[in-house]
Design a protein around this ligand. Structure first.
Ligand code: NAD
Length: 484
């Protein structure tokens, strides 16, 4: 393992039932540094046997001391965990930067968000309440919010810490036990987090981590009959398979999938305020963000002016290795580099309105030039497909109706923003645009641990983040007591 990685655990092992164990098949997968393409170690290649052991450990744990902890005690463990994460933010950031290729400051922001999720859900644990329901004479009726049981968590590689924080944090706060299958390209911080959870006092078996391939460990988890709820974050294609597998066991699923999120800029927008959001939301994390804003819709009267100003920002972007901590790092893998390069080639008929220079990159790193295309029609492949790279398209519109039509004209509906000073228009568009989150005169709003998040259309269903997630990780029981 590379000495640059400040690891205090062995990533070639799984954490099952509170113990670090080698995967049953003895397999490992290679670990690459996206900034250089260099092989820097091995991770565990967990398979169906390890998933089975993890589900059994989680099943045992849900009937153990964990079941008897009060909500406040569960919350306290999460708060302690948040504290431990805060103390190790720099280590976690370094691990994530080397593993995922994101600039150090972005990796640090993810680690801070992970701590914040622990705080938020730690504080929320004892505030989830049922209802009392007025009913027939002689009855008292109330509802109980109970944990599902063993929850499966499948996480992608782009924001491992944030996605683990939001899904595992909410699942633990509500008393579930968890089996976490991190992405094969980015599992180190998942293992680090689970180890810290043990140190924070989480009972053995409450959080189990099995790294491995999607088709092996992931598929085994989603089809396992011992799982009672699945939280999946990833691509649409895999999400469909996950939902099909869960249907066989009649298990509820939260799907957090992709997006093609628009920012809609009207002619009365404060462009100075909008510009950093317009560009950053497209290139942050090298565009590998589900809520990346890959479409900029702009009123035709300010199209040229906006293009010119966005171009200048693209030209100023600095791209380089994660540890150089510039604006944009490499993509996650050679495969992702090939996919994004394919999309850039599909834009050969379009005008390149802005492009960052790559300069002198490490030869084996997975870099692509952040690129802004203009002259794009709303039905072009680059305006319809989730590219998952630092690529944005600018599309002009003539009026509000057309803006809404273009904004809603993809399969997705994850996030959107509206830039205008017109209050009535803000309110109208907040209703008319199809997306799980609408931002007015901003985008992304500080990460939004507190803000319910999730998709419409093929962006998925169910909500994570915020208090709302606690409803998704519980099931409702109605108690009707007759006392005369
Ligand atoms: P992916 O679907 O390939 O993989 C996601 C996870 O699913 C990984 O852990 C992978 O190992 C696992 N997996 C793969 N095949 C599986 C199978 N057959 N059964 C069970 N699990 C399987 O996605 P990705 O390429 O890692 O991530 C990128 C995608 O994730 C993008 O589409 C992006 O928009 C989406 N995403 C969405 C959100 C959100 O909150 N909406 C957040 C981040 C990423």
């Amino acid at each position: 393992m590379s000495t640059d990685l400040p690891l205090w655990f062995d990533p070639s092992k799984c954490l099952i039932g509170g113990h670090w164990v080698a995967p049953a098949g003895g397999g490992t997968l290679p670990l690459y540094d996206p900034s250089t393409g260099a092989r820097i170690g091995e991770i565990a290649r967990g398979t169906a046997d390890d998933i089975d052991a993890a589900v059994q450990a989680a099943e045992t744990a849900r009937h153990g001391p964990w079941a008897r902890l009060s909500a406040a005690e569960r919350g306290r463990i999460l708060l302690r965990l948040g504290q431990l994460v805060t103390e190790r933010v720099d280590d976690l950031a370094r691990i994530e930067a080397l593993d995922v290729g994101k600039p150090l400051k972005q990796a640090r922001a993810d680690a801070v968000a992970l701590a914040r999720y622990c705080e938020f859900y730690g504080g929320a644990a004892d505030k989830l309440m049922g209802d009392t329901i007025p009913y027939l004479d002689g009855y008292t009726v109330y509802t109980l919010r109970e944990p599902h049981g063993v929850t499966g968590h499948i996480v992608p590689w782009n924001y491992p810490m944030q996605i683990i924080g939001r899904s595992v944090g909410a699942a633990l706060a509500t008393g579930n036990t968890c089996v976490l299958k991190p992405a094969e390209d980015a599992c180190l911080t998942a293992l680090a987090f689970a180890d810290m959870a043990k140190a924070a006092g989480l009972p053995d078996g409450v959080l189990n981590v099995v790294p491995g391939l999607g088709a092996e460990a992931g598929a085994a988890l989603t089809s396992h009959p011992g799982i009672h709820h699945i939280s999946f974050t990833g691509s649409v294609g895999t999400g469909v398979m996950v939902q099909q597998a869960a249907a066989q066991n009649v298990v509820p699923v939260t799907l957090e999938l992709g997006g093609k999120s628009p920012q809609i800029v009207f002619d009365d927008a404060d462009l100075e305020a909008a510009l950093p959001f317009l560009v950053n939301a497209g290139v942050q994390n090298c565009g590998q963000t589900c809520s990346a804003s890959s479409r900029i819709l702009v009123h035709r009267s300010i199209h040229d002016q906006l293009l010119e100003r966005m171009s200048a920002r693209y030209a100023a972007l600095r791209v380089g290795p994660a540890m150089d901590d510039l604006d944009v790092g490499p993509l996650i893998s050679a495969k992702q580099q090939e996919i994004v390069s394919g999309y850039l080639n599909q834009g050969a008929d379009l005008e390149i309105a802005g492009r960052a220079q790559l300069g002198d990159m490490p030869a084996g790193g997975y870099y692509v030039p952040p690129t802004l295309f203009s002259g794009v029609t709303a039905d072009h492949a680059l305006a319809q497909s989730e590219i998952f790279g630092p690529v944005q398209v600018v599309i002009p519109f003539d009026d509000e109706d057309q803006a809404v039509q273009i904004a809603n004209g993809t399969d997705y509906g994850l996030v959107a923003s509206v830039w205008t000073q017109n209050g009535a228009r803000q309110m109208r568009l907040a209703r008319r645009v199809r997306a799980g989150q609408i931002f007015i005169n901003n985008y992304g709003a500080g990460g939004g641990v507190e803000l319910p998040f999730g998709g419409m259309g093929k962006s998925g269903h169910g909500r994570e983040k915020g208090f709302e997630a606690l409803y998704g990780f519980t099931t409702l029981k109605t108690v009707a007591a007759f006392h005369g």
